[in-house]
Design a protein around this ligand. Sequence first.
Ligand code: SAH
Length: 225
Amino acid sequence: MNFYTLSLFPDLITSALNEGIIKKGINKDLIGINNYDLRTFGVGKHKQLDDTVYGGGPGMILKPEPIFEGVEFIKKHHNINNAPVILMTPQGKVLDQNYAKTFIDYKNIIIISGRYEGVDERVVSNLVTYEISIGNYILSGGEIPTAIFIEVISRMIPEVLGNKESLSEETFNTNQIKYPVYTKPQKFRELEVPNVLLSGNHKKIDKWRSDQSKIKTTSKRPDLI
Ligand code: SAH
């Protein structure tokens, strides 16, 4: 699966995804990430990217030309004319595990990050396929949201995560949060691991885990039920 990003700070995206399982996925060629610098497509000798708001108002807006040209370049250069174009924006549909699943069948995805007060509306209405938000709060740029989107989708590719079971048991995949987990030592500062987990009785362990998931979900995330 290939991601092509267009932003003012491509290094932010590169470094956010350059560790751990995502890096392994890149090395194994399961994921490809190409981060393009919007500045390359800036207007005129100063490579201008932003301008003031028509009708007045605070701040600057990203101009349409560099974004259109950047996306058109990516499509042409990688021969991916039909790839969806995502805009990271607080005005979009909020990303969750379920919504993320709808993107796993794409082979190529182009993602635009905004900055300043956002992007010219003509980008939204004529270039963008999906507007996606990572939550109901405002950040100063779309680069971190882009990295989050790429990470969420990438770890849904079973070979990327390695252990397929971790995916199916994870919080959200069952509309419940995951059961509590413990590791060694068995006793830490008078705090002990629940006995049932040491029993070796897998039926009992499964029952305990399922009960605990329900209890945890009810108390911490009743909105999921
Ligand atoms: N003035 C705009 C917000 C601009 S924030 C408004 O009121 O809607 C600047 C950029 O940061 C946005 O273009 C977007 O790319 C990114 N961004 C900020 N918050 C975000 C969020 N919650 N989800 C996704 N992208 C976000």
